[in-house]
Write a protein of this length. Structure first.
Length: 133
């Protein structure tokens, strides 16, 4: 009897490809996006800035059409349904974790605000903080 290794397709189980480090990074990115979403809702004029960044990323080929549509749809509902916008941005499913890594919310927060968001998230008080700066 010979031992044959199975190919990936024959494995009866799925191997999780994320590490603890990936999870930590995703949680920091989420904290920053919570702060950015709050700031955008507090200052609706920032929506146009984010849309411009989104359009530029799409034109440069740095964002796929599906990602573009997701972000555009979220930005489009922000003025009329801020809760749906916020919940959409902070959704913690596999797709949104991937989309947040190529975000159109560039330059929305200052470096101090970014650090504050990460610190507040670590202490569990980010949800209570108001980013109307």
């Amino acid at each position: 009897m010979t031992f044959r290794s199975r190919s990936r397709r024959q494995k009866p189980y799925q191997i999780k490809k994320t590490t603890i480090r990936d999870d930590f990074i995703d949680k920091q990115i989420l904290a920053i996006h919570k702060a950015m979403a709050k700031k955008v809702l507090a200052k609706p004029e920032l929506i146009e800035q984010v849309k411009a960044t989104l359009e530029q990323k799409r034109e440069d080929g740095r964002m796929g059409y599906g990602a573009y549509l997701t972000w555009f749809s979220l930005l489009d509902i922000a003025p009329n349904d801020p809760d749906a916008f916020y919940q959409g941005v902070i959704e913690y499913d596999k797709r949104m974790r991937k989309l947040r890594r190529n975000t159109p919310f560039v330059n929305i927060l200052t470096e101090d605000e970014r650090q504050k968001a990460i610190e507040l998230d670590a202490t569990g008080s980010l949800d209570d903080y108001n980013f109307m700066l």
